[in-house]
Write a protein that binds this ligand. Sequence first.
Ligand code: PLP
Length: 229
Amino acid sequence: MSEPSVAEQVAQNLTDVRARIDATARAAGRAPEAVRLVAVSKRQPEARIDAALAAGQRVFGEIRVQEAEAHWRARREAVPDLELHMIGPLQTNKVKEAVRLFDVIETVDRPKLAQNLAAEMERTGRRLPCFIEVNVGEEPQKAGVWPEEADALVRRCRDELDLPLAGLMCIPPFGEEPAPYFALLRTIAERNGLIELSMGMSDDYEVAIGLGANVVRVGTAIFGERESG
Ligand SMILES: *Cc1c(COP(=O)(O)O)cnc(C)c1O
């Protein structure tokens, strides 16, 4: 038998990941449709992105505004039901471009950014669902609001800035058992009346779904290893 093509491989990976999401959700007593799969296309070759689109995937995540423009500005025209999530650190000077390009912002992590996003959404009328990113492992080098400051940022976004808040997002510390961190994110969401949890990546999305994830962000398990850089 010949080697599968890139397109066949990506399509197969997508089928496998979706099947595992379905099975895990059902096992946890949750509806499979309640879990959205964000295909993380950062640093992936064009052919693999096109393969995912051809296989019917419509929700994608990117971590840099400029790279997202390169990947998606033209494709967007051809794919009207595309849903693009910003999942990387967002600089305030990129807010204008981000609000124009993305459909969901998952990485609100400080008042100044929230304020700029709210102002740009007000100006353009594009009210994008937002997630607050929580630095659940309290890692100094990582983005995200610290857990004990999360409630205050939620209040600020919701009550003062009228930002459309959907939920919370986190990236647990690399190489650690993720479950306690997912549980912490859920606790913070529940006490703030927030519904959506964006948590879980290629290695741990099943654990995350078991703990209530509504959004999982999966890159390598769909596309294969990323290009360096
Ligand atoms: C890269 C990235 C992912 C996907 O990681 P994989 O391990 O390739 O699934 C998910 N979330 C964020 C924020 C990322 O930067």
